[in-house]
Design a protein around this ligand. Sequence first.
Ligand SMILES: *[C@@H]1O[C@H](CO)[C@@H](O)[C@H](O)[C@H]1NC(C)=O
Ligand SMILES: *[C@@H]1O[C@H](CO)[C@@H](O)[C@H](O)[C@H]1NC(C)=O
Ligand SMILES: *[C@@H]1O[C@H](CO)[C@@H](O)[C@H](O)[C@H]1NC(C)=O
Ligand SMILES: *[C@@H]1O[C@H](CO)[C@@H](O)[C@H](O)[C@H]1NC(C)=O
Ligand SMILES: *[C@@H]1O[C@H](CO)[C@@H](O)[C@H](O)[C@H]1NC(C)=O
Ligand SMILES: *[C@@H]1O[C@H](CO)[C@@H](O)[C@H](O)[C@H]1NC(C)=O
Ligand SMILES: *[C@@H]1O[C@H](CO)[C@@H](O)[C@H](O)[C@H]1NC(C)=O
Ligand SMILES: [Cu+2]
Length: 589
Amino acid sequence: MWTTSILRGVMSGLLLGGLARAQTCNTPTNRACWTSNFNINTDYETSTPTTGVTRSYTFTLTEVDNWVAGDGSVKTKAMLVNGQFPGPTITANWGDEISINVINNLRDNGTSIHWHGIRQLNNNINDGANGVTECPIPPGHSKTYTFLAQQYGTSWYHSHFSTQYANGVTGSIVINGPASLNYDIDLGAYPISDWYHGDAGTLELQSQLNGGAPPPSNNILFNGTNINPSGTGGQYSKVVLTPGKRHLLRLINPSVENTYVVSLVGHDFTVIEADFVPVDAYTTPSVYLGIGQRLAVTIDASQAVGNYWLNVSFSNTFGCGSSDNPAPAAIFSYVGANNTLPTNPGTVPPDSLCSDTTNLVPVVSRTAPLTAFNALSDDFFVSLETNATTSLTNWQVNGSSIKVDWGNPTLLQVQNGDKTFLTSENLVSVPQANIWSVWLIQNLTPIPHPMHLHGHDFLILGKSTFLTCPFCAGNAPRPFNASTDIKSLNLNNPTRRDVTMLPGFGWLVVAFHTDNPGAWLFHCHIAWHVAQGLSVQYLEQEQNIASSMNLAALQPNCNNWNAYFPSSDPFKQTDSGLKERAPGIAWTA
Ligand SMILES: *[C@@H]1O[C@H](CO)[C@@H](O)[C@H](O)[C@H]1NC(C)=O
Ligand SMILES: *[C@@H]1O[C@H](CO)[C@@H](O)[C@H](O)[C@H]1NC(C)=O
Ligand SMILES: *[C@@H]1O[C@H](CO)[C@@H](O)[C@H](O)[C@H]1NC(C)=O
Ligand SMILES: *[C@@H]1O[C@H](CO)[C@@H](O)[C@H](O)[C@H]1NC(C)=O
Ligand SMILES: *[C@@H]1O[C@H](CO)[C@@H](O)[C@H](O)[C@H]1NC(C)=O
Ligand SMILES: *[C@@H]1O[C@H](CO)[C@@H](O)[C@H](O)[C@H]1NC(C)=O
Ligand SMILES: *[C@@H]1O[C@H](CO)[C@@H](O)[C@H](O)[C@H]1NC(C)=O
Ligand SMILES: [Cu+2]
């Protein structure tokens, strides 16, 4: 009897799993299941479905003067993917191959597209970080990126060529997979981006000449649209909710400088994924989104039929971003509601202080031992310097602003056996395979930074508190105390994601597993800051890079780039190269 019922269970599981996935798995009442062999508890770093499906896209980049955005405002110079902002959403299923042919039809700029958060296992050459993993694609040329959807969830892509993405080269990525909570309707990607009327390179130079102070954004666009804060033009983004249903909304912050607290009047959010990492359902009235971060949330349409504001609020903390639009909003509208503006203003959530949530519990657990960690040497310091001669301000890591060489990226150096890495490459060697590499980042400035690692998720082992008043008198750097603070670190399945906030005048400890050979950037995701040097690159398992990918594939595009670039004055590289400064100003570290 007992044996028979187990057997029957196994048999029906096999039959249904094999014959009728759509009916038994990933239904509104069974989102944890994906296929008979893959579900929410599968560790996608070790096990991924093989679908045999390739999702192909063609992205054509163009440069448009005086482009009219979704809020009716005019941007002096836009750079767009397929003529639209946001660019097309890449959609795939867990386990698919993704192939994108990028055609650079910009006038003078090179480009490289980074697929944010994508693991790129043994595939560092498709990471799209120019000067690190490839030469930029010159104008008039193209390149095809291919990678496996090894993870699932929500992400975005953007140019990594100087500050180019601030001119519009971004879009969303959705990889369908299981979920830690049932839902009825997937509303899809919902990017909330800051928007600037000026050209990115010009704005960045202004900030550099202004002690690093960034310009406020001119507006915040929800999925590419909003009303204009000047009171003319544009329209609110409108998202439709079906009464009685649970909706999945994939929030993304693909901004240049702004960070947000997002809330929906009369509704809670339940977070089920952070940066491609499924987490135990966590219900909260509002969520914080640092730059580069994503949170998939569910929303129950359980209130009276009507229209509700989705609000973004800013922190009063200097350095978390500011905008000419003080109260950006979108409308969430129930089916059957009148075509009128929401009436309930709701309550503004508490000031985030620029602090992201670190109590999200990953479904698939990881533990990082501290065995390989020496807090006195596995660390670096972030600082801000203004050059007395040029008056230009730059960010430094251990006293050095990164500057990459577009024509001789790190991977090409590896292929050529060139071991003379310049100080300005900010290269940190991590040769040992399959250890937990633990890093302490100490912030000597009061400005918080969204720190992003390529090619891995990191475990957030700990951080200092966020200052309530970073610029108040008496504040000073709060160094990590290697004997006391180390005891406060959480090693047992802490929040794991690919962007987290570094507190002002404080510290952050993260750990990543060294299982992916390559050159991986670890940088601040404020576009101005990475352009001004705030990055290192981990050279992971250098000895295994050449054998784990085809480095020869770098050459054709590098030949194209090097044939184009030296001959094309005045378009000199004027910044870190990872994100641009206006021409004619020399780089200084
Ligand atoms: C990139 O394009 C912008 C806008 O056209 C231009 O100002 C800048 O000089 C270009 N930079 C490079 C390095 O090509
Ligand atoms: C975002 O805009 C795109 C293009 O208009 C649309 O297809 C998509 O449904 C929108 N997403 C949401 C969540 O409203
Ligand atoms: C729609 O508007 C009408 C007229 O103002 C009002 O009577 C009705 O209650 C409204 N319905 C909803 C669902 O808001
Ligand atoms: C939400 O946005 C609307 C429209 O801008 C505004 O009237 C309202 O005060 C905002 N509410 C919150 C909580 O920010
Ligand atoms: C950065 O400088 C600190 C202090 O001198 C040192 O302990 C640390 O090892 C340096 N970091 C790197 C990655 O070299
Ligand atoms: C400041 O910039 C000048 C001109 O580029 C450069 O020669 C000098 O080394 C810089 N000073 C410092 C302290 O980096
Ligand atoms: C670390 O904290 C301990 C205990 O509070 C204190 O005795 C020690 O001086 C601190 N070390 C440093 C370097 O500040
Ligand atoms: Cu920063």
